[in-house]
Design a protein around this ligand. Sequence first.
Ligand code: SF4
Length: 610
Amino acid sequence: MRLYGYAGKILRINLSKKSYAVEPLKDSLIKHFIGGRGFGIKILWDELPANIDPLSPENKIVVSVGPLTGTKVQSASRWVAQFKSPLTGIYCRSVGGGYFGAELKFAGYDAIIVEGKAEKPTYIWIHDDNVEFRDASKVWGLTTLFTRDIILDETDKRAKMIMIGPAGERLVKISAIVTDDWRTAGRGGGGAVMGSKGLKAIVVRGSKRPEIYDDQTLSDAVNEQIKAYREWPAVPPADFRRLGTNTGTYVWYFMGNFPTYNFQQREWDGIERFRPEILESYIIGHKGCYACAMQCGKIFKITNGPYGGIAWDFPELETEWSFGGIVGVNNIEAITYANMLCDLYGLDTISTGVAIAFAVELCEKSIIDKTETDGLELNWGKPEIVVELVRRIALRIGNLGNLLAEGVRRAAEIIGRGSERYAMHIKGLEMPAYDPRAMKGQGLGLVTGTIGASHAISWNKFEILGVPKKADPLAIEGKAELTKYVQDEMAVCETAVFCKLIVNHDVVNPVFYSRVLYSATGIEEFKDPKYLWKVGERIWNLERLFNVREGIDGKYDILPERFLKEPHPRNPAKGQIFELEPLLKDYYRVRGWDEQGIPTKEKLAELEIP
Ligand code: SF4
């Protein structure tokens, strides 16, 4: 079969043997899983034995792209890293942006599978059909900025790369995989998986371009997409293209999200520092990912105060929260600085901020004191503590740095003394900037997320933005159906690989997905949105099955008791708790799973999962 849209090849790399093989992309894999996240979960499901140590050579990293990657379709050139997570012990998918995904396709591959463990620090240099194992000793121990510059000097300045910083090398469980332009795949500890393999970076350069089945139809769809983007205020009256995710920061707080003080949610006048016009005053430039007219990335310039002298990628909404609201810090300069350190050391900003907030609350509750914090005085609203702890976590400095480097679930297990009540995570993955008490559908998505507490994987646009239609965030009726819808939709998006920020746009809808996927590939089945949704549901169920194989069933669909017992203290969610039982029961019914939350034989047969 002649392939359009795809490169048609998977590159399998074995670090232990210093060998590689090029495998053809199978027709059945394409039809059943489309690309990106679909390819990754199918490969991990088939190839990873149950109960392996995520930091052992047995773990694998699949980095995959989709049939729209490297094409002119807007916001569709992201890449997906998938592995068994050392942070959660279950399946993980972590998505990054920039130009790496497109370059991988140009080099002629739809996915890379990395296996084994290198004898000494290594980076992989892929230039079209040539694959080299290169000595990374020179850059081992260096931050991502120095690593990038040295490796691009040694290879090709036009190459694109993913890499780890010192945090990944030190097996920090909340470490990230970082691109040459800081469009990070942060969640789940992918940096530590690369570090455990002695893999510092994957560098690619390609000269091929994907062939398109129907270029005219694809161009027409893309032109409509760009026109609609230009007219799109994601959160009126702010402008997403002008401010990026900063658009939502101030608004989130007044929805009952942007949780303060480790989800204690006390009123916080510090939110006034996050008004769009204040954030905008820091912006000196715009950037983004391959083929995306949105260019939502912003460059912040900090000139004054102790963090002055830097110009760096803006902290996303989630980072403004994780180094801001959750730790009571309203100093945007310090937040930007902490964000820069995370990019340089290779840390997930969400998990890092939640880990710091956990430690501060333990001090507030007198569960730990200065003898366990290496002398640091931990209090809310201290920017210098946040910046210092980012460094200590990344480099595993001292008792506290080492503890928090394990993530909050493991840190609470080690500390004991009731500390687990303040560890804000689901299935080991730290919570994002959403409060399940304030948005019941979003909360249900977090509880049932196949990677743990990920906002992205179940982003409930019905509740958050009121698109494609408005849903009352505090109601529980009908939320199981909406949660399933957004979860399956995001799984479809991440096969292409579309950006999650774009699924809120009404031009990017089921008809659009089928139109661009069909015109790019010519695959008849992709014409039908219902077929695509079935693929999304298949991916979600297979991810769930992966976790069931690891011993994770409905017993683990739980969340911190704060959400179940402490009523939300702020309007508009004042007095609300999260109604776990009825929501979950309804969700299992809608999913066609049994009472233990396990997909039934009938459901698996319907989805053609063997
Ligand atoms: Fe990248 Fe932003 Fe475009 Fe998403 S919307 S693809 S993050 S530039």
